[in-house]
Design a protein around this ligand. Structure first.
Ligand code: FPP
Length: 254
């Protein structure tokens, strides 16, 4: 059903891609908004606004490509250190997105979810995000996972606390703990691990993003700033991914 839908919508760009090896889960560190704006003598916040267009474009492209999960690093546990003005701009942008975009997400059958401690977002942002998640919950297309107030270390510490709690409550025994059980205590729970992790903006680091889940992700770094990142750049990243040999520590998987 999904594949048929993709072929109905296929265009010239999509034809470039070998659908069979399209990553199931793509995760993106959307970096470079501030620099993109500063280079244009605009306030950093305008870079975030421009970055919203890339979010729309990449969600649409991933839907067309039949990607199952797209995780977007929208706000990290460290981003609270930014100026009050920038933090509040980002929260308002999130609210605007959650309110305005639901109709389009439903049209594309996109299901919105979040990873991170969203209960710590300002009340107005928390409510809108929860509402958008609720309104898209029955969609069966691309899963867009917004990493919000997300930090990889925080996630691992949290999982450890929850496991300890379940052991104390006799719901779990130490012998039950293994990698797959541990994964289910992470914010990403039932999601597959990312196959392809993209970072825009030229920096070469993970910045506390999906530390546990990215153990075998293929990493792709590009100089392109997030507000300039479009479907064609995503296709380049996927083509690069398709040229890699994924061995997962063993010998050739494909
Ligand atoms: C990093 O760029 C980007 C962020 C911290 C925020 C990302 C947010 C968006 C793209 C818009 C909102 C998205 C949604 C899904 C509502 P940076 O500011 O660190 O850039 P710099 O490295 O050039 O300073």
């Amino acid at each position: 059903m999904r594949i048929l839908d993709i072929f109905k919508k296929k265009d010239k760009d999509i034809e470039q891609i070998n659908i069979q090896y399209t990553p199931e889960h793509i995760a993106i560190i959307m970096d470079g908004n501030g620099r993109w704006a500063q280079r244009r003598n605009m306030p950093r916040t305008q870079g975030h606004r421009a970055g919203m267009e890339s979010v729309r474009d990449i969600i649409k492209a991933c839907s067309q490509l039949g990607v199952r999960v797209l995780t977007l690093y929208a706000f990290s546990t460290e981003n609270w250190k930014r100026s009050e003005e920038e933090v509040s701009f980002l929260m308002n942008l999130l609210v605007e997105y959650a309110k305005k975009e639901v109709k389009e997400l439903n049209r594309q059958r996109v299901k919105l979810i979040a990873s991170g401690d969203i209960s710590q977002l300002p009340g107005y942002a928390f409510r809108e995000v929860k509402n958008a998640i609720h309104l898209t919950a029955n969609n069966d297309g691309l899963i867009v996972n917004l990493a919000l107030n997300y930090g990889g270390r925080d996630e691992i510490v949290n999982a450890t606390k929850k496991i300890y709690q379940d052991i104390s409550d006799k719901k779990l025994e130490i012998k039950d703990i293994n990698e797959s059980l541990f994964s289910r205590y992470l914010y990403t729970r039932d999601l597959p691990d990312p196959d392809l992790l993209i970072r825009t903006g030229g920096e070469l680091r993970l910045s506390n993003f999906l530390l546990y889940q990215s153990a075998y992700a293929e990493l792709y770094f590009t100089e392109v700033m997030w507000p300039d990142f479009r479907k064609q750049h995503l296709i380049e990243a996927i083509e690069d991914y398709q040229g890699r040999s994924r061995r997962f520590g063993g010998i050739n998987k494909r």
